[in-house]
Design a protein around this ligand. Sequence first.
Ligand SMILES: NC(=O)C1=CN([C@@H]2O[C@H](COP(=O)(O)OP(=O)(O)OC[C@H]3O[C@@H](n4cnc5c(N)ncnc54)[C@H](O)[C@@H]3O)[C@@H](O)[C@H]2O)C=CC1
Ligand SMILES: O=C(O)C(=O)Cc1ccc(O)cc1
Length: 365
Amino acid sequence: MSKQTVMIIGLGLIGSSLAVCIKKEHPEVFIYGWDKSSETNQTAIENKVIDQYPKNFDKAAQSSDVIVLAVPVNTARSYLKKLATLSLNKETLITDTSSTKQEIVRIAHYYDLNFIGGHPMAGSHKSGILACDENLFENAYYIFTPTKTEEQNQIEYLKKLFVGTRAKYVLLNPKEHDEITGILSHLPHIIVSGLVNLADNFNQKHPRAEQLAAGGFRDITRIASSNPQMWTDILLSNRHILMHMLTQWQKKMSQLSFWLKNENTEQIYHFFEKAKDSRDQLPAGKKGTIPAFYDLFVDVPDRPGSIAEITSLLASVAISLTNIKILETREEIIGVLQLTFKSEKDLIAAKEHIESKTDYHCRLQ
Ligand SMILES: NC(=O)C1=CN([C@@H]2O[C@H](COP(=O)(O)OP(=O)(O)OC[C@H]3O[C@@H](n4cnc5c(N)ncnc54)[C@H](O)[C@@H]3O)[C@@H](O)[C@H]2O)C=CC1
Ligand SMILES: O=C(O)C(=O)Cc1ccc(O)cc1
């Protein structure tokens, strides 16, 4: 990557971790950092997380090739508005790390900014620059939310810039992103925080409860220790989807209450059995709140027999596929096959085998 300038706004957990990931793979990239906390800016300089805290925000933004907004989502909205008033270079690419995507993408379009929505699906209940971790994003999903096909080049550029995250890139449209993160991340956060508040009222009456909560309760409620400002912004930004999900959740809980009242053993058993079956099938040991999938993309000539050739190659070494999809054809010469496997081990073995037996190009994303 040639000498580029990146400006990171917000040097907390995500902004500082991204900065060190960029530096690790691209030491030639110059990084401006900007945080509202002067203590954070100083820590960032002292620890070489960034190269410079600029004296003048506008000038730094105008001389940057990439601007990353790593602040709470409502603050990211304000920065988009501010950036729209500056005469930024047309090429300057803006991206963000916010946990919601529909609203921010809409605002960026409104201001006609060169913007790609981003969301690294990894993090922690910790916040601030002292939680900076160069391995934070490793093996996690990093979601981009393009809305136009022309944005492909910008996404490829960001993938290269962020290669040091060792994250796995996924593309989703903003609405789908907010629905998925709503059910897998935002609703759980509301439920867990509500539970902790409920238990707190209870603890006032039963002082021993707090002491006993140190076990399982502590583990399942870890995320309630997250930054309240960040979560207030997330909930308000995804409010329409979350209001709908909360109604569904309330219905589920009313139903459970009804079964308890009627001592309906069968329904209560079924409730837990269904949850167990579903939980047991979740892929294990992956970071992030999006289910893991193991996809291999193979460029194959667009001619009869090429799909069969791949499937028989895999069958010959007993690697089974869970899904196969033809994604596109380019100029009717090359087709892209998306092969999905049930484990990372199968994915890697399949890639090696196809590459050793054919001259087809294989990619992991
Ligand atoms: N914490 C997590 O696990 C994850 C967070 N995100 C998203 O990334 C963004 C950043 O989150 P974190 O780094 O965790 O938060 P954080 O609280 O660790 O850091 C936010 C930083 O932004 C700074 N800041 C706040 N207002 C500012 C302003 N007006 N100007 C300049 N700096 C300002 C704060 O001083 C702080 O250093 C949020 O939008 C969050 O939703 C995304 C993935 C994971
Ligand atoms: O701490 C955890 O387990 C998290 O899930 C952190 C997290 C918080 C917000 C996001 O948008 C993504 C990840």
